[in-house]
Structures are given as structure tokens and as C-alpha cells.
Design a protein around this ligand. Sequence first.
Ligand code: FAD
Length: 417
Amino acid sequence: MGAKRVIVVGGGVAGCSAAIAVAKAGLESVLVERMDTLSGTGPLTGHLVQYVARMETKLLDGGGKEVIEALEGLSIFPQREFGHQVSCIFDTTKIEKAMLTTVEKAGVEVILRSRVVGVEKEGNKIHRVVLENGARLEGDAFVDATGSTGGIPVCAEWGVGCVGCSQKCTVFGDRVGLSEAAGVPDLPKTASYYVCTYIHPSSIAPWLLRSIQEEESGYFYYQVPEPWQNHDFTSYWPRKDRPVKNNLGRERLIYLMPFVKLFVSTIPMDILHQFPGFEDAYVISPMAQTGNCVKTSPGAPHDETMRVLGLANLFCSGLRSGDFSSLVESIYTGDLAGHNAARTALGITELVTFPKTTMMGFFLWEIKKGYSLSDYPPGSPVDRRYLDVGLDVMEPDRIHERMNRVGLLGLFGQRPI
Ligand SMILES: Cc1cc2nc3c(=O)[nH]c(=O)nc-3n(C[C@H](O)[C@H](O)[C@H](O)COP(=O)(O)OP(=O)(O)OC[C@H]3O[C@@H](n4cnc5c(N)ncnc54)[C@H](O)[C@@H]3O)c2cc1C
């Protein structure tokens, strides 16, 4: 009998983490990506938050550890306190290469420019994925890490249509979710929108660029000019049937990643040009200015092991698995999905879950119960709940001790038996 093989579909951070977890478990790991690079929506990010979950993920010693360390290696600003978290801003222009190097170093076979368009299955078990060019890839277990942004019909239905975003669907074809292709319908969709404007640093006033650069933490709070402080910027979003929430207020967070990332997406250019420092601002991101980076949710129905309901050997991760996925959440759900896919391929029936006494488990299972992304910030209901159970404790020894207590320490760094 040949080596067991897991096929991971989608090369964002979740897929990279899953694919490395499979390789670390000692199986053949194949990562299939429709675009010509890895990292998916990663180049739009830049802000690595959720310190405790990040530390827990590293202590698991799976694929997530490699991915997080690769991102931390791109850090522009030292890790600083942000609310009650320690976060890090990294150079997103280097993420694509960093992900490719990291997965290849881990022994993953990467297949780029190959969109999965279907599956071949018998009963509740998938045997092969079918690529757009007709080729078939056989596996013992599979991971759906296809994200939730795009394709073009989704953007048109939930947003203001396709304006050529990072997903490059016009070139590489629309996103296809593996679980849907296998006949498992997604949970009912609700829309959420990423709300940032990306500006070329050379186009803002030198004094503003300097002020952002000199901010030790990397986070700069821009004072919104008086006449616009209480203005309703959401009114510029054209889809009244699908309202967006984000407004400007009195100040707005900016950081360099290394583009100028301004945390609002619905300022018309003619108004932005009236803001001191932004007189000549040039927006580099085609999708952000009207808030048209549409992410739908909640994706594939799954259980606590990330197994897709109704399928024996398909696991899901990252944005594909829920409405709450930041980079760190995408990474550790990728790790869990990859490791459990490896176990399934080996015929091991006992799968791993993250208990709610870990931050990873808390995010996975508490936030699922009706919280939304807007409940995240310090002082929010979700935040207060994890503070209550002591999950905000940042001392490395305490996090280590907690992971040890629940039997997760180094678990994904070993071959499962
Ligand atoms: C504008 C924006 C800003 C953000 N900022 C931050 C931030 O600062 N901090 C943070 O923590 N999070 C941020 N996020 C969230 C973060 O980007 C995501 O949580 C994370 O990158 C999702 O990773 P993923 O692997 O699940 O999905 P994706 O990154 O969407 O990757 C999915 C991959 O699957 C591929 N794919 C899809 N269908 C197929 C198919 N059929 N065959 C083959 N390949 C396929 C896609 O091409 C893509 O590469 C931001 C998101 C956006 C959109």
C-alpha cells in the first residue's frame, strides 16, 4: 500500500497551515491553488492579532506554527500592546513568497494555476478532486480551504459587483467551495464586508507619512477633520438593501503594511482629498474604495473536528469554515483540519478538538453562538467573556501550562498513531 495522501484545496493561510500539518503528520501533502501565487487574501491584511490564540497555535507545533512564524518574520513594527493584546504588523508585500517557501520547505507538493471544479465520490467519501483542465487528483482525505471571498456572482449579489480584486476571478475563475462541489450545501449566507482603503504611501503628504512611521507602535490615529466627524459615510455605499456599518467617527486607525491602510472604505475620493495629508491620495486597491470586498458566511457546515457534515473525509478551515476568521483563526482552523484529515486518511477514528478552555476553542465555539465580528474589540461582550474565564492571560508559562493540561502541547508536531 502506498503512502496516504491528503489533498488541500485553496492556498490561503488556512490551506498553507493545513498542508504543512499533513506533512508534519508524515503523509503526502498536496496543496492545490487556482491562482499563480499562494496566500489568497493575505496580501490585504498586515495585522496579526489574537496573541493568546497565536501562542497556543505555536505550542501545538503543527502547520500553524510555521505559518505564524513566517508572518512574524515579516514584522515591520515590533510587537506592541494593542488593546489588551500584543499584535504585530507585517510586510504584506512579502507574504506570497513567504508562504510558498514555508510550505515547500515543509515538503508539501504545491500545484498552482489549478482550479478544482468538482469531486468524484462514492457514498459519503470523496476519492478525487477534478481540476478545470480535466485532470484528477486522488486522495485519502481532503481539506476545503477555498475561502469565502468571490467569485464574481457572489460579489454582484452581495456587493456592488466585481471590480477586479485580489481574487482575480476574471483570470483564474471563480472560487469553488469543495464541500458544495461534493453536494453539501453551504449554511444560509449572510454578507460581511472588509472595510479598508489602501493608499500608496508616496501619495500622502510627507508630514503624514512621517507621523505614521514615527509612531512606535505602528498604529496611528488620524484626527478626522471637524466638518466630517459626524458625517454618515455609510450613505455612500450604494447597496441600501445590504447596509455596511463602518463609519469614520472622530479618529481613524491607520497603519503601514507597507501601504497606508485606512480603516474605512466608503469615503468618496473627492471628500478624502479634502482631508489634510490626503490631498493627493492615490487608492491602490480597486475593491476597497466602495467597500466591495465581499465575504459571505458562514460557509460549510462542520463539526468540532472541522469535518464537513455528511462527508467522511472532507474537512474545512479558515474563512470557508465561518464568519469570524481572522488570519490567526484561519491558521489554527487550518491546522486542526489538516491534522484531522491526516488522522482520517490513516484510518484513525479518534480526532482532535480544541476545548473551550483554550482561546482557540473559545473563539471557535463561543463565537459561533450568535456573535458577530463587531463583537470582537476590547470591551465587547465576547471580549468580556474570555476575560472572565482568564483566557487573556499572556504569560508564556501560563499559556504553556494550559496547553499541557488539555493535552495539546506539541500534539501536531508528532505523527499520529
Ligand atoms: C481586505 C481584507 C483585510 C483583512 N485584514 C486582516 C488583518 O489585518 N488581520 C487579520 O487577522 N485578518 C485580516 N483579514 C482576514 C484574513 O485575510 C483572512 O482571515 C485569511 O486570510 C483567510 O484565509 P483563508 O485561507 O481562509 O482564505 P483565502 O485567503 O480567501 O484563501 C482561499 C484560497 O483558495 C483559493 N481557491 C478558491 N477556490 C478554489 C478552487 N476551487 N480551487 C483551488 N483554489 C481555490 C483562492 O484562490 C485563495 O487563494 C482581512 C481580509 C480582507 C479581505
